[in-house]
Write a protein that binds this ligand. Sequence first.
Ligand code: ASP
Ligand code: MG
Length: 437
Amino acid sequence: MKFGGTSVGKPERMYQVADLITRDNESKIVVLSALSGTTNALVGIGDALAKNNKEDAKTQIDKLEAHYHTFIAELVKTPAALAKAKAIVGEHFEFLNIITKISFNEALNKDILAQGELLSTKLFSTYLEEKGIDHYLLPALDFMSIDANDEPQLSAIKTKLSQLLKNHSDKKMFITQGYICRNSKGEVDNLKRGGSDYTASLIAAAIKATVCEIWTDIDGMHNNDPRIVKKTVAIEQLSFDEAAELAYFGAKILHPTCIWPAQHENVPVKLLNTMQPDAAGTVIRDEAGSEGVKAIAAKDGIIAIKIKSSRMLLAYGFLRKIFEVFEKYRTPIDMITTSEVAVSVTIDTDANLAAIVKELEPFGTIEVDKNQTIVSIVGNKIGSSADVLSKLFDTLKPVPVSMVSYGGSPHNISLLVADQYKIQTLQLLNSGLFGLE
Ligand code: ASP
Ligand code: MG
């Protein structure tokens, strides 16, 4: 069971988490993020120190410490628990204060970023102890690790974690930190922003859990962007493949990397809502559940690059040469369409755009279109549904579509439209494909 920053961001939310994890008697590992706002504050402190702005760092540390003192004063009631919570806050803020006095480096920055999850789990554990809820605080730094390429080491995690669990086989409930880990040098590191979902999925895979529950404050993944269309509905079930197609499109509810570990060990992932704990939410598993279109997602700020050359006609190796340019600049291509004499690709960063275009020029005429939006239609077997295609193009008559990618997977059809058509496209598709306004 993983709870994000807002689910532990206030004492009353922590009480609710305690209720949710004690609703049944199942053995479980509970993964917590830092209290909402804390990781951002720690990033701010690290940035100030990187600029050698010690006074600014100190001001930010003091402000954050005050927030924690207010938090614990409300969180626990008995003098013993409060003394313990004060000691925890004291210890971690003393550490931050010491860091401001020594010379700063990237490894220390990672130590700073780790304080949020260490604090949230220790304080939560103190609260559980006060309530007499039996549990064991499992240090993530003792089992969660990444290799030199920042990739989690699933088999090492499995070995270490199962040993730790064996050592505490009298316990049924474990609390641990999301996000933080050790790197190949043994230093404290992290799984990147939003990485607590990844922690949960890695743990679920490592212990082959019956389920990986991601608790947030939305009732699952929705069929469309609720900020853009009026009516959206939660999706009941998605396959891992469908979820992977959606994750790229800023379906912010779930961190994109979090799908593969669960898929690898076939552990169902449930997206549940702490505000409505009995709502079904969304389950992501090996089976898709139903056929047809399930969701639409969009990502704007996309750049389309068109390479046109008559030399491409009947030539082999042409695409490889083009792709090598993107590889050289470590720029992922998201969408591709080709004709006999042209190929169009999309990228989502302009970091190396000028250099890429320069290197592509020898291959033909290059056209760059900025401010584009990828609209992705995701579902089960939509790639073979004539019905979906005809509805899609009927619905989109008023919108100029500049690229279509179909057939790459049976779960996905992607379209490219200019950014100014994004809202209209999502709204039209909501009524055209789902019958929702
Ligand atoms: N606390 C970390 C962050 O804010 C990790 C997480 O919340 O998932 O990015
Ligand atoms: Mg999150």
